[in-house]
Ligand binder design. Structure first.
Ligand code: GCU
Length: 358
């Protein structure tokens, strides 16, 4: 049944027989998705420095430590700073951790139940996306320090970074810092985001192989959901309302999803052979749970070719609560609406415990 649905939607295969290896094909896919959808950074930073500001209150009954850290990226004579927050359980052994790209800087936050996460032995490094670059359409250069630095002396091109790419860049900087901490386990580093930030987490995971687990929560259009045959939001809508999320090239596919030389299952597969997890919510029709699920099914192609267990599922459209956690592609659909809640976090942690060892 699912195989037929994929055919009906006209999805193209991810693997190209001309490619010598997955490594080579993966690079082509990254270039394609950057060129046509998310954009390339116009400039790279040279180095990163930081200042740690411990928070002086008892958290989690003293079982976890929270710190604020100001990261500064240096670009030649220019520099850009933004705050991140680390929430780390007190354990003897190294702990697995999430880099959480959030809508707010609060810790805890309604999308970040830090006490529950720390109690399960996981740490979180989080930051607010607006502290990196504002989620605004009309971005005046002088009012947005990162954008100003990136485009200083650079003529903006249609393939240059939209905001999703810039937030993904920031997730990698948060990871740079996290990897300097002895108490965090580099082999169990995950990146996670919800909705527009789920799209961002997929892009960050695609680009940065140090993320061993990539989690997209309700990311929908231009995130995990395949666009061919999708319901709810499509490219025309998203590029009208949020043109700044993407590179300018992306607009040309508005109403022409079938002409894209890719679809969003490329983005899900671009983290292979690492672990990737897509989650949907039953009532989230705008994101379209079925198209998110089919994307996982289609991305399995790459894992199969690599001789790995990718997506293990039944041959039906899943109903809540359905969780598929056997393979390297994880998936769940829960009841309720668009949200990143404790139920989602617990399922991600169950999956990580299972695949990376508790
Ligand atoms: C809007 C947008 C979605 C996005 C969501 C969010 O609904 O259309 O693409 O995922 O905002 O980020 O909350």
């Amino acid at each position: 049944m699912l195989e037929n649905l994929i055919k009906e939607r006209g999805l193209m295969p991810i693997w190209d027989e001309k490619a010598q290896s997955w490594e080579e094909r993966r690079k082509e896919i990254i270039d394609l998705l950057c060129m046509e959808e998310y954009g390339f950074m116009p400039k790279e930073h040279d180095s990163l420095s930081w200042e740690v500001i411990p928070q002086d209150y008892i958290f989690c009954a003293g079982r976890a430590r929270i710190s604020k850290v100001i990261l500064t990226a240096h670009f030649g004579e220019d520099s850009f700073s933004f705050p991140i927050y680390t929430s780390i359980p007190e354990r003897k052994e190294k702990v697995p951790f999430f880099v959480h790209i959030n809508f707010r800087d609060a810790v805890p936050d309604r999308y970040l139940p830090v006490e529950e996460i720390c109690d399960r032995g996981y740490a979180v490094v989080s930051f607010c996306y607006n502290d990196v670059t504002m989620d605004e359409q009309t971005c005046k250069l002088e009012s947005d320090p990162l954008v100003e630095i990136l485009y200083k002396g650079v003529e903006k091109q249609p393939y240059h970074a939209g905001k999703i790419r810039m937030w993904a860049w920031a997730a990698s900087r948060a990871l740079d810092y996290a990897l300097t901490l002895e108490c965090l386990d580099p082999d169990r580093a995950a990146v996670i985001g919800h909705s527009r930030l789920g799209k961002t987490a997929l892009v960050a995971g695609m680009l940065d192989e140090r993320f061993k687990m990539v989690i997209s929560n309700d990311s929908g259009c231009s995130g995990a959901a395949i666009l061919r045959g999708k319901k709810g939001e499509m490219i025309e809508k998203i590029t009208n309302v949020f043109p700044h999320w993407f590179c300018d090239n992306y607009k040309k596919y508005a109403g022409k999803e079938d002409e894209q030389p890719f679809d969003q299952h490329f983005l899900v597969a671009a983290s292979a052979p690492r672990h990737v997890y897509v989650a949907s919510a039953e009532l989230d029709w705008w994101a379209d749970p079925v198209s998110e699920f089919l994307s996982c099914y289609a991305a399995d192609e790459v894992y199969r070719k690599l001789g790995l267990t990718g997506f293990v599922c039944e041959d039906v459209i899943p109903q809540p609560l359905c969780k598929y956690q056997e393979g390297m592609i994880g998936y769940h659909v829960r009841t309720g609406d668009h949200y990143l809640g404790r139920e989602d976090w617990n399922l991600y942690i169950d999956y990580m415990d299972k695949h990376f060892g508790a």
